[in-house]
Design a protein around this ligand. Structure first.
Ligand SMILES: O=C(O)c1[nH]c(=O)[nH]c(=O)c1I
Length: 308
């Protein structure tokens, strides 16, 4: 079974890769991703200055998912610009995830990162965990302004990592914004922002930042992720490739993302919980599922989910 995929003209040896944020902050983590079965190396979203991130505990896994308020811990964009040439030696695409603490940070980072020639750049409009900072992706005007500014300085394929939307009207509005910004791929969804997990025995929240509020990931968000993948796949009639992120814990979850229109999938929670070995398991399970269903590749089943 062929598990390779192509996004914006870039060939991925496997359609399963890490989500920005999962095991991808340090050089050692990124090199380990390069040596693993991951289909790409996706960096942690980067800011201008290096950051320690939020106070711990800031990640908590539980049956069904995870909650995090990492607070953008990363080496700073200059360090990743220096790392990119080394990371490109592993025979798989390097995706640089660009964030920023303010709108002006994004083009500053994007211009320097673009010069380091990652295979693709993913603009993260959906970090939910910077205290006092609303998600850019929930502000269409700010999203359009920012995407147009970074598009001017990015010459490699540019994608956007979107937060979950919960209303078709929002899918429509963001679809129009994206259509006006020459976006080469989409990635959805980021974590479901500002959830709250409580430990009933200790009668406490489980993470420290923001009173325990954090982004949700894992099985519990799969249905939200699939809805967003499907909504944007339909809006763009499959013409903009979509990376499906959210709730992929096994091969069947990944298959569901492809049926809804994804061209590749990213994994976060399952990677943090299981480690890099998850890639081998996910690939084997996805290959078995495709074989069982009579599909020769993920491309064959893309967008094939039937309505009633
Ligand atoms: O807290 C984080 O660092 C973080 N956490 C997330 O769940 N999504 C993001 O985009 C980010 I930048």
């Amino acid at each position: 079974t062929d598990l390779s995929t192509t996004i914006a003209g870039v060939k991925f040896p496997s359609c399963v890769m890490n989500a920005a944020g999962a095991l991808c902050v340090t050089r050692d983590e990124l090199v380990a991703l390069g040596k693993s079965r991951a289909g790409a190396i996706v960096t942690k979203s980067m800011t201008v200055e290096a950051r320690q991130g939020n106070p711990e505990p800031r990640y908590y896994g539980f049956p069904g998912g995870s909650i995090n308020s990492m607070g953008l811990p990363n080496l700073g964009y200059r360090a990743y610009a220096e790392l990119i040439p080394e990371l490109k030696q592993f025979g798989k695409p390097v995706i640089a995830s660009v964030a920023g603490l303010c709108e002006d940070d994004f083009p500053t980072i994007a211009a320097v990162i673009n010069a380091a020639k990652p295979d693709l750049i993913e603009v993260n409009l959906s970090c939910p965990n910077i205290p006092g900072k609303p998600q850019i992706g929930y502000d269409p005007e700010a999203s359009e302004r920012l995407l147009k500014r970074v598009r001017k300085v990015i010459t490699v394929p540019m994608g956007v990592k979107l937060p979950p939307y919960f209303d078709p009207a929002h899918h429509e509005v963001m679809g129009k914004v994206i259509g006006r910004c020459e976006v080469d791929f989409l990635n959805m969804i980021n974590s479901v922002g500002n959830g709250l997990v409580v430990d009933p025995d200790r009668e406490e929240v489980v993470i420290k930042p923001k009173g325990g509020f954090g982004g949700l990931g894992g099985t519990i968000i799969k249905a939200v992720a699939l809805a967003n993948v499907r909504a944007f796949y339909k809006i763009f009639q499959g013409k903009i490739p979509i990376i499906g992120t959210g709730g992929v814990m096994n091969g069947v979850d990944a298959f569901e993302h492809f049926l809804c229109g994804a061209s590749a999938v990213q994994v976060g929670t399952v990677l943090v919980e299981e480690g890099l070995g998850a890639f081998g398991r996910l690939e084997a399970e996805l290959a078995a599922q495709l074989k069982k269903k009579g599909y020769g590749s993920v491309t064959e089943c893309r967008g094939k989910v039937k309505e009633l």
